[in-house]
Design a protein around this ligand. Structure first.
Ligand code: NAP
Length: 290
């Protein structure tokens, strides 16, 4: 199964377009509403966006699709929420990422596959000095990941798996050379004095993960969730950009918010960098004003 957001959208796309459009490459007409109304190309706009890495770690951008009433999943996966427009923007964000960071819960729920991208986009990435594909990185305590999953067997580069020192030895060896296992320590990252608000005992230190990715040359890390991972990054003040797709749908249910976890003592302000619209779907890009 390969139903991560970028791939499950294919099924949604066909049903959303109707038979007359099937078989044709979908081109979303995305218009910018703010800062000034113009039509834009999401891929070009995201390549042109300013993302200066903070000291000691890459720029961290978080991308999620949410229903108008705040749901992040339908029947346990995000795929139903987005449409063809979301897939276009999702792909544009993946195209600028050096690393896609995802929590094991989402990788399991969504049946993650390897990052895929067109030959043209690979060439554009290489021209910009990036690897042809973003590298996948996972965080997990349990290492409960199937070594036969496509994200391992079909990856252009073995995924990075960040885990804890006492992760089960049998699962470590089961992953073998299909992944690069890393056990970062808190000393690898600067926690800025926030310490325990970012993680619980026995968790992977996410500041250390980002510091490690920075040392490996990553300048832009795209976080694809889920809410539990996002919540720790928000609590640790490790999010530089939030790209939210707001789907025009009511879902109800009990799925978690975009960031689920400890509340901040003081809410962090964001600046709206742009607001786009395509077929009723809104795309808001917020950045931290540091
Ligand atoms: N709407 C969207 O755009 C979107 C995007 C992503 C996900 N989702 C949805 O969100 C749901 C999953 O989210 P979730 O919040 O339940 O889980 P999650 O954040 O995806 O994953 C939680 C798991 O990740 C690992 N993990 C997270 N932080 C860790 C840390 N600091 N150290 C070590 N391991 C860590 C642990 O894995 P182990 O259990 O392996 O130790 C933990 O159980 C799914 O329904 C998915 O479809 C929606």
């Amino acid at each position: 199964m390969a139903s991560q957001r970028g791939q499950v959208r294919k099924a949604v796309r066909v049903s959303a377009m109707g038979p007359s459009c099937q078989g044709h490459r979908y081109r979303a007409r995305v218009r910018q509403l703010l800062p000034e109304p113009i039509s834009i190309d999401p891929a070009e706009a995201h390549v042109a966006a300013h993302r200066p890495p903070p000291t000691g770690r890459p720029w961290v951008l978080l991308n999620m699709v949410v229903s108008a009433d705040g749901a992040t999943a339908v029947d346990g996966v995000s795929g139903e929420l987005g449409g063809p427009e979301d897939k276009v923007v999702f792909s544009a964000l993946r195209a600028v990422a050096d690393v896609i960071l995802v929590a094991a819960g989402t990788a399991r729920a969504e049946g993650y596959g390897p990052p895929r991208t067109s030959a043209r986009r690979q060439a554009e990435r290489v021209e910009r000095g990036q690897a042809p594909f973003p590298r996948l990185a996972l965080v997990t305590r349990t290492l409960d990941l199937d070594p036969a999953a496509a994200m391992f067997t079909e990856a252009p580069e073995p995924p990075l798996v960040y885990t804890v020192p006492d992760a089960p030895a049998d699962r470590r060896s089961a992953l073998g050379d299909r992944a690069e296992l890393v056990t970062p320590t808190a000393a690898d990252g600067d926690d800025g004095g926030r310490g325990d608000r970012r993680r619980g005992p026995g968790d992977v230190d996410l500041a250390a993960v980002l510091a490690d990715l920075g040392r490996r040359g990553a300048r832009t890390v795209l976080v694809e969730g889920g809410p539990a991972l996002n919540g720790q990054l928000v609590a640790g003040d490790l999010v530089d950009e939030l790209d939210v797709t707001l789907a025009p749908a009511l879902v109800g249910g009990e799925s978690a918010r975009v960031a689920h976890g400890p509340a901040l003592a003081v809410p962090t302000g964001l600046v709206l960098a742009h607001l786009w619209e395509a077929d009723g779907v809104l795309f808001a890009r917020y950045v931290r004003d540091r």
